[in-house]
Write a protein of this length. Structure first.
Length: 476
C-alpha cells in the first residue's frame, strides 16, 4: 500500500532512495550521476528550472559540491527515506497530482504542521507555546487519523512542533507507523542522547530541527542557562549517528548580527547541520514585544546573508519570509501548508492562531475547503512583490478581513488582540508601510524580471498574477 501511494505522487520514492544508496559510496567530484537523476525526474518546465539550479549549484565545489559530499555521508537509512522524500516533494512535486485534487475543490498541501502537545521542558521568552494549556495532548488516534487523511490527499511531508515534541509519548510510534513519509520535528535538543540519535537513524524518515538563538549568550538569554550547550551536545550525537538534522532560528532585532555571521554558520556546519531555517519573530498576542521584530533593514540583511550562505557554504538555508519569491508568495491556508494545534483547531499558519474548523468535528478535506482557507487562497499572492508575502505583518488588512468575513475564532486567549487592539494594529500597519517602502525597490532590481513567470509555473492563475502586478504598478 505504501509503495502504491509513493508512485501516486508521480515519482517512485523507493527507487530514488535506492539510487542514492547506490551512488553514495562512489560519488565522484562532478556528481554526474546525481545531476543526471535530477534531470531525468524533471517532467515540467518548473521541474526543469529546479534541475538546472541544482546542476549549477552542485558545480560549485565550495557550496553545492561540498554539500552533496556531506549529504552522501549520512546513514543509508536516511538517504533511502528522508532524503529521497525531500528530493521528490521539494524539488519535483507532481503538479498533475495537485491539479487532480484541486479540481475536486480540495487544495492538497505539500506539507503540514501539527502540534500534538504544548508541554515543554523549557519556557522561552516570547514563545507562543506558553499561551496554551500544557495538559491537553492530542490523542494518538487523532494524530494518526490526521496524517492518514493528509496522505490520502497527497501530502508527504509533516512537521511536528510543540511545545517540545519529544515529551509527546506516542511520537515515535507515529514515526514508525507512517514510515512512508518524511517528518521534521522542532526541538530544543535537551532530550536527544546517543540512544535517541541511533533510534532516529534506524527510522530514517525523521529530521530533527534543533532550535538555537545564535551563540551561547543569545540562546541562554532566551532559553535558560545551559540551553546552548545542550543543543550542541544533541547536534554532536546526531552527527555521530549519521542522522540528517537542521537548526532553527527565530530571528529578532537583537540576534540578527549573530545569526547572520560567518562564525555562526561555520559552527553549524562543523556540528553537522545539513540545512537550517530562519523565521522572523512574530506578534501572536497582546503580550508580544514588537521591538523584537527585525526592522526592514535587518530583514534585508537576513535575505542577503541567506543568499550568500547558499552560494558560498555547504549548507542549505531557508528564509521563511525572504524566500517567498521561490514559493510564489505566502503558502498559508492550505495552498502549500497549514497548522493543526493540539486541540485540533485547523489554522492557516503557525503564526495565525485563528480557525473556523476543528479536526475533531470534520475531515481534513472539509477544513481545507472551509471559507476561511478558501478566502485566503483566493487572495494569493497578496502582492506582486512577494518579498512582502505575509498577510499578518506585510498586508495585515488581508488577515483582518478574512477573520471578519468568515467568523474565524481565536484558538487561544489573547490571539484576538493582534487584530483588535488599536495600539498593536497601528504598530503593525506602520511596520507594513516601512517594509513596502524598503522592499519595493529591491524587488524591482532583483526579482521582478523573473518572479511573475515563476508564479504561473507554480499553478497560480495568470489572471491573478496580472491583477496583482497591475495593483502594484498603480500604487507606485
Amino acid at each position: 500500500m505504501a509503495e502504491d501511494k509513493e508512485k501516486d505522487q508521480g515519482l517512485d520514492i523507493s527507487a530514488i532512495g535506492q539510487m542514492l544508496m547506490t551512488m553514495a559510496p562512489s560519488m565522484g567530484p562532478e556528481f554526474g550521476g546525481l545531476v543526471s537523476a535530477f534531470m531525468g525526474m524533471a517532467k515540467t518546465e518548473q521541474h526543469q528550472l529546479s534541475a538546472d539550479w541544482v546542476k549549477k549549484w552542485v558545480s560549485n565545489p565550495n557550496s553545492g559540491g561540498a554539500f552533496i559530499k556531506r549529504l552522501m555521508a549520512l546513514h543509508p537509512n536516511v538517504l533511502k527515506k528522508f532524503v529521497a522524500q525531500m528530493m521528490a516533494n521539494v524539488f519535483f512535486r507532481d503538479h498533475d497530482v495537485i491539479k487532480k485534487y484541486t479540481e475536486a475543490k480540495v487544495q492538497p498541501p505539500g506539507l503540514m504542521l501539527i502540534s500534538p502537545s504544548m508541554r515543554c521542558n523549557y519556557k522561552c521568552v516570547g514563545c507562543y507555546a506558553s499561551q496554551y494549556s500544557k495538559d491537553e495532548d492530542m490523542s494518538f488516534e487523532s494524530l494518526d487519523r490526521i496524517i492518514t487523511e493528509a496522505k490520502e490527499l497527497g501530502t508527504r511531508f509533516f512537521i511536528i512542533l510543540g511545545g517540545e515534541p519529544l515529551v509527546y509519548r506516542p511520537l515515535f510510534e507515529i514515526f514508525e507507523k507512517h514510515n512512508d513519509v518524511a517528518f521534521q520535528f522542532y526541538t530544543n535538543g535537551a532530550l536527544i542522547d546517543k540512544e535517541m540519535a541511533r533510534r532516529l537513524v534506524e527510522l530514517g524518515n525523521v529530521a530533527p530541527q534543533v532550535s538555537v538563538e545564535g551563540f551561547e549568550e543569545e540562546t541562554d538569554e532566551r532559553r535558560g542557562k545551559g540551553a546552548f550547550n545542550r543543543a550542541m551536545r544533541a547536534m554532536d550525537n546526531l552527527r555521530e549517528a549519521g542522522c540528517v538534522f537542521a537548526f532553527s532560528i527565530t530571528v529578532t532585532s537583537r540576534n540578527i548580527d549573530a545569526v547572520t555571521s560567518d562564525e555562526f554558520m561555520d559552527l553549524m556546519i562543523e556540528k553537522g547541520a545539513i540545512y537550517g531555517w530562519y523565521f522572523l519573530y512574530m506578534p501572536v498576542d497582546g503580550d508580544s514585544d514588537m521591538s523584537l521584530m527585525p526592522t526592514p533593514e535587518q530583514r534585508d540583511k537576513l535575505r542577503k546573508a541567506t543568499n550568500r550562505f547558499r552560494s558560498e557554504k555547504p549548507i542549505l538555508m531557508v528564509d521563511f519570509w525572504n524566500d517567498a519569491p521561490l514559493t510564489g508568495g505566502c503558502i498559508n491556508g492550505g495552498r502549500n501548508y497549514l497548522h493543526i494545534n493540539h486541540k485540533g483547531d485547523v489554522e492557516p499558519c503557525i503564526f495565525c492562531h485563528f480557525a473556523t474548523h476543528n479536526i475533531n468535528d470534520c475531515s481534513l478535506a472539509d477544513a481545507l475547503k472551509g471559507s476561511f482557507f478558501a478566502h485566503l487562497r483566493a487572495e494569493q499572492p497578496y502582492s506582486y512583490n512577494t518579498l512582502r508575502p505575509c498577510p499578518l505583518i506585510d498586508h495585515p488588512h488581508i488577515m483582518r478581513e478574512a477573520i471578519a468575513k468568515t467568523g474565524a475564532y481565536p484558538t487561544h486567549n489573547g490571539a484576538e488582540n493582534v487584530y483588535t487592539d488599536p495600539k498593536i494594529m497601528a504598530e503593525i500597519d506602520k511596520y507594513a508601510l516601512e517594509i513596502k517602502k524598503y522592499f519595493n525597490p529591491v524587488w524591482e532590481e532583483e526579482y521582478a524580471h523573473w518572479a511573475g513567470k515563476w508564479e504561473t509555473l507554480l499553478n497560480i492563475p495568470v489572471k491573478q498574477v496580472e491583477a496583482r502586478k497591475a495593483e502594484y504598478e498603480k500604487e507606485g
